[in-house]
Design a binder for this molecule. Structure first.
Ligand code: ATP
Length: 241
């Protein structure tokens, strides 16, 4: 098999007495959608923060296309195409929807003119189904639309790997279906995706592989069917699959 797009080797990070991430190793292969799930406090967001340089690991390595990028700064990660969305979406409220996405295109997408960035932004807004709100202020968007905007912003940075941190939280069943469909379409464009969710059922239908974290460590990994029947996973979720 060719080298993984992203390889995490034995990553660990403690905060005071809490071992938030404990010796986690994980490969993402090109074009895969991998689900990362685990109960509250399992260490999922901290793992993303270690990958993007928002936190420094105490131990371990991050390899991106074989290159050691451990301890990079978050802006360097984004420019390399190692992009993430945030659990709490925070668009620039005083900018229009288009300009929020255009800012991403200028910052990480290599666009050198605002006109080109806005053109790219409009394409992406159409892709995520927000073109009709392009000239609205970002502050006026509903939660599902803010999540779509967050996706468009991250796509504007031309991600090679996209880590989606609870993009479905707070959405109803129909909105989740729309969001998952969008994630599949992003994957079809060749983006490797790590979809991080608190709820197992959200990732099962969209992921080729699922990784389960609990108390900082990986407790199961495999295809969705295998993982959902794993005793430790059932126990971690107290039968709430
Ligand atoms: P959730 O689904 O609730 O977002 P999570 O799986 O993403 O949970 P993390 O947010 O990574 O979990 O947290 C893992 C552990 O590390 C928790 O016990 C949390 O309180 C702790 N933690 C995370 N970030 C910090 C920090 N900056 N300072 C201190 N403790 C932290």
């Amino acid at each position: 098999m060719s080298q993984p797009v992203l390889r995490l080797e034995n990553l660990s990070r403690a905060f005071g007495g809490i071992q938030a991430v404990d010796d986690v190793s994980l490969d993402l292969n090109e074009g895969e959608i991998v689900g990362l799930i685990g109960p509250n406090g399992a260490g999922k967001t901290t793992l993303v923060n270690l990958v993007t340089g928002a936190h420094t690991p105490d131990k371990g390595k991050v390899l991106f296309f074989g290159q050691d990028v451990t301890r990079q700064k978050p802006f360097q990660a984004a420019r390399r195409g190692l992009c993430r969305t945030f659990q709490i979406v925070q668009p620039f409220p005083a900018l229009t929807v288009t300009d929020n996405v255009a800012a991403g295109a200028v910052f990480g997408g290599g666009m050198d003119s605002m006109m080109a960035a806005r053109r790219r932004a409009r394409e992406l807004l159409s892709f995520v189904g927000l073109d009709h709100l392009a000239e609205e202020m970002a502050s006026s968007l509903t939660l599902p639309n803010r999540k779509r905007l967050e996706l468009a912003k991250s796509l504007a940075m031309n991600p090679k790997v996209l880590m989606l941190d609870e993009v479905n939280a707070g959405l109803n069943a129909a909105e989740i279906d729309t969001a998952l469909d969008l994630i599949r379409r992003i994957s079809q464009q060749g983006v490797t995706i790590l979809i991080i969710e608190h709820l197992m059922k959200v990732v099962l239908g969209v992921s080729q592989r699922v990784v389960v974290m609990e108390r900082g460590g990986v407790i199961a990994e495999g295809d969705p069917q295998t993982v959902v029947n794993d005793e430790r996973v059932i126990e971690a979720y107290l039968g709430s699959k």
